[in-house]
Every structure is written in C-alpha cells, then in structure tokens.
Design a protein around this ligand. Structure first.
Ligand code: SAM
Length: 230
C-alpha cells in the first residue's frame, strides 16, 4: 500500500470488492476470456527485459485491467508497482498483492511527478482523445521518467486476422466468435487507432516532448519506450 499512498492524490484505493459498477460487464467478460491474448506473459517478459528499466522504479500500470501484466513485473523483481483502472470489477479479479487505484485515465488521481514509469498495455486503442491522456501522463511522469506502451499496429497479419475473425465462418468456432465480438465491440476506437497510430507517435514526440528511445514493431504491435524531456 505504501507506494499507492505515495502516488495517489486522493483517497481512491480500491478494496478490490465491487457490488455496483457492472455496466460494462459484457465487455469485461469478453476481456477476461481473451486475457491470455491481451497480456501474453511470455512475450511481455522478453519486452520487459529489453526495456531494462530500473528495478527500483515506481511503475504505474495504467488501465491495468485484472493485472495480467503484474506477474511478469513481479517475476522480474519490480517491487514498486501499482495499477490503475476504471473498472472495479476487473480490479476485483487481481490476484497478486499490488496496490490498486480505481480511477479514470482522463483525470488520473495521481500526484504530479510521482511516477518513474507509466506503462500501458493494449488500452490506448480504447480511447479517442489521446491528447487528454498524454497530458495526464506528462503530468504524472517524473522529469526524465519513462512512458512504455504496447499497442496494436496495422500490419498484413492484423488485416488477415480481421478478415478471418469478421467472416461469417467465425461464428462456427467459439474461439473466433469471441475474437469477432471483441473486435466489433471495440471497433469504434480500435480501427481509428490502427489508422492514426503513427500520428499518435508524432504527437507524443512533437507536442508532448517525449523522446522515443525504442519503437519495436512486430507483426501485431508497437512496442515503445520513450523518455519524458520535462
Ligand atoms: C484491453 S483492456 C487492457 C487491460 C490490461 N492493460 C492488460 O494488459 O490486461 C483495457 C482496460 O482499459 C480500462 N479502461 C477503459 N476506460 C478507462 C478509463 N477511462 N480509465 C481507466 N481505465 C479504463 C478497462 O477497464 C480495461 O481494463
């Protein structure tokens, strides 16, 4: 809890229990079913090693969901870890002892200059107003701190994936049906993200003065580490 008390600007620590906020339940259930695909521990462990972050860094997993990436951070001995998500329901599914903050990425209940590393995995593509989110990230990351992200990228592989999982045949197989539902549910933000991701990188550099230290692109994702030139 100590780290959360250090970084939180308001009393917003969740108890992990929820009885209300279930309005996104269906969306959340889809995410829970596909979590292994979203968080992908093996791939993330490799990425984390390459990012080579300071083990004593205060790391905030922004939009952490049910904490699919926490185990990898913990396995790699990153102790000063906390997570923020808007969904109490997903936070209630977190099974590791990481301080959790229930809050909105558009107005993070986090102190200014409190975080060494803001990390986002597969969440930026759920939003349309990235300028507002970047303003918040800029505010909470320490000068010379880092912002690391893993987000979908448009590639031939993704195009093929869309063709397969959006086809009527996908309805026959439960796995593809699940993927189809996820793509359709997040389509309003996911497809614009795929088209505008390069523009996002430009805004990150030019308007928010982050230096992109590495931008590894694989068949599915952007894997970016950048530094805050504050
Ligand atoms: C696809 S999930 C990614 C979860 C997680 N990063 C992972 O790797 O498993 C997107 C997450 O964004 C969260 N989210 C959506 N809108 C949010 C908001 N306005 N503020 C904070 N979190 C939000 C959702 O609750 C969900 O957990």
């Amino acid at each position: 809890m100590e780290i959360a008390n250090q970084v939180c600007s308001t009393a917003c620590l969740t108890t992990g229990k929820d009885t209300s906020g279930m309005s996104w339940q269906e969306w959340e259930n889809t995410y829970l079913r596909l979590e292994w695909l979203v968080a992908n521990p093996r791939k993330f462990q490799k990425i984390l090693k390459e990012w080579d972050l300071d083990k004593s860094a205060k790391i905030l997993d922004l939009c952490c969901g049910n904490g699919g990436c926490f185990n990898v951070f913990l396995k790699e001995d990153y102790a000063f870890l906390c997570g923020l998500d808007i969904s109490r329901h997903l936070l209630a599914n977190v099974r590791v002892p990481v301080p959790l903050i229930q809050g909105d990425v558009y107005a993070c209940p986090i102190k200014t200059n409190a975080i060494d590393v803001v990390f986002i995995n597969k969440a930026l593509h759920h939003f349309l107003d990235h300028t507002c989110i970047l303003s918040e990230i800029k505010r909470i990351v320490k000068p010379q701190g880092y912002f690391c992200l893993i987000e979908p990228r448009r590639t031939w592989f993704r195009d093929l994936y869309h063709v397969v999982c959006l086809s009527p045949l996908a309805d026959i197989f439960p796995f593809f049906r699940s993927l189809k539902r996820a793509v359709l549910e997040e389509g309003d933000t996911y497809f614009p993200w795929l088209e505008n991701a390069e523009k996002f990188m430009k805004i990150l550099r030019n308007d928010f003065d982050f230096t992109i230290l590495s931008n590894d692109r694989d068949l599915r994702d952007y894997i970016v580490k950048c530094r805050n030139n504050k």
